[in-house]
Design a binder for this molecule. Structure first.
Ligand SMILES: C[S@@+](CC[C@H](N)C(=O)[O-])C[C@H]1O[C@@H](n2cnc3c(N)ncnc32)[C@H](O)[C@@H]1O
Length: 217
């Protein structure tokens, strides 16, 4: 692989892809401690087959029952080795696809549950991703999410999110801390959207303003 290649329309950065895979493996336990309370609530009682957008190195495998199937949409190939190993450790059957969350390739109304954590910040077009989630969910299905979002306009955190925009996006492969994802979710056409907004207290200040919730198809 060259230092920058494309996989299924996704730009894979050789060095940064490997860095992010190592970063999220190393930081996994810390992120998990910070997010566990919210993940436990929104990822409770997942069905036996789940689609995960941007599964990374497998941060959410612990929320699936052993023997479950995870259809993991993860175009970032440097994540794959660790994701496969983590799925094996958790006893989860992994159906790994290097497609994009914007175009999963899954049939209309075929899925009971889609999950994501810290992904809508990074995809190129979150509105397109939400339209795709609605397309693949069957009526009554759920999209469960834990995401970081823009802080309140005019707040010090919002100013910092703007100031760090470029180095943050460069380091974390396109991640933006300035997205109004709650607004997007509420206007995406779901039958009902339940969202909790909260603030973490980590040293990664631009990342501390968060939402977690469930959108019902
Ligand atoms: C910040 S990481 C989060 C990984 C994991 N969900 C977690 O909570 O640790 C963002 C993930 O989204 C993936 N990603 C970025 N753009 C994507 C897209 N268009 N479709 C699917 N996944 C994407 C990245 O490869 C990366 O694994």
């Amino acid at each position: 692989m060259t230092s920058e290649t494309r996989t299924a329309g996704f730009e894979v950065h050789g060095a940064r892809g490997a860095f992010n895979a190592a970063f999220f493996s190393m930081m996994g336990p810390y992120l998990e401690r910070s997010l566990r309370r919210h993940k436990r609530r929104v990822f409770a009682d997942l069905p036996g087959t789940v689609v995960e957008l941007g599964a990374g190195v497998g941060a959410n495998l612990g929320y699936l029952r052993p023997g479950s199937t995870l259809i993991a949409i993860e175009p970032n190939v440097p994540m794959h080795r660790r994701l496969r190993a983590a799925a094996e450790r958790h006893g989860v059957r992994l159906d790994l696809r290097d497609s994009l969350a914007e175009r999963t390739g899954l049939p209309d109304r075929s899925v009971e549950s889609v999950i994501s954590s810290l992904v809508l910040c990074t995809v190129s077009d979150p509105a397109e991703v939400l339209a795709e989630v609605r397309r693949i969910l069957r009526p009554g299905g759920t999209f469960r999410f834990v995401e970081h979002v823009a802080a309140r306009a005019g707040s010090p955190t919002r100013a910092l999110q703007g100031a760090l925009r470029r180095p943050w996006a460069w380091t974390f492969e396109g991640c933006s801390c300035e997205r109004d994802l709650a607004g997007l979710l509420r206007t995406a056409g779901f039958a009902r959207v339940d969202i909790e907004q909260y603030r973490l207290h980590t040293p990664f200040i631009p990342f501390n303003t968060q939402i977690a919730g469930v959108a019902h198809a």
